[in-house]
Design a protein around this ligand. Structure first.
Ligand SMILES: [Fe+2]
Length: 179
């Protein structure tokens, strides 16, 4: 359930992935539930990275300051987001699959459609840094799962949490669990 929640929690990047991606503000609009296939549009604003951070991970150079992410979820396994950048379009797929009753595995598929030959070359050059960034994202998520999303039913719901409660509802209905 926690793994499902973090994949639906479009807001967790501010805290969980703050370093080195420097997310500052996240705004969401046009959230639609659509049964098993919720969609939404997210604007994520980043602050500038230091030169030290860019030297450590040059892939940050091609990350826009403002990300216009289009999210599409396919319950329960897939959260996808499409992001246009100055160098081309990125499509990221965060996949979950249960391994045992107590463990869930995850992996990320990344597709890039470069705008031109220069962008293609740039993405190839930065490939290993991109892949390292995803290792870090998965590591940060795994760490966050230990502290985020308490088991108790919360007393108040924030508007940005609606989608997580919706995912939880789908999960419980799917399993025939009474809430
Ligand atoms: Fe995450």
């Amino acid at each position: 359930m926690k793994c499902l929640k973090i994949n639906y929690d479009f807001n967790h990047a501010i805290a969980t992935h703050r370093e080195p991606f420097k997310f500052d503000r996240i705004k969401v609009d046009n959230y639609q539930e659509n049964g098993f296939y919720p969609t939404l549009h997210q604007t994520a604003i980043r602050v500038n990275n230091s030169w030290q951070e860019i030297i450590n991970n040059p892939a940050l150079l091609v990350a826009p300051r403002t990300l216009d992410n289009h999210f599409e979820y396919s319950f329960p396994s897939t959260s996808s987001l499409i992001t246009p950048t100055a160098f081309g379009e990125l499509a990221q797929f965060f996949i979950l699959y249960p391994e045992t009753e107590r463990s869930t595995r995850t992996f990320v598929l990344l597709y890039i459609k470069p705008k031109n030959k220069f962008s293609h070359f740039l993405f190839l050059l930065l490939k290993s840094y991109w892949l390292k960034s995803y290792d870090l994202v998965v590591e940060q998520d795994a760490h966050a799962l230990k502290t985020l999303y308490p088991e108790q039913k919360p007393k108040i719901r924030l508007p940005r949490e609606e989608i997580m409660f919706y995912a939880e509802k789908l999960y419980r209905e799917w399993n025939g669990i009474q809430f």
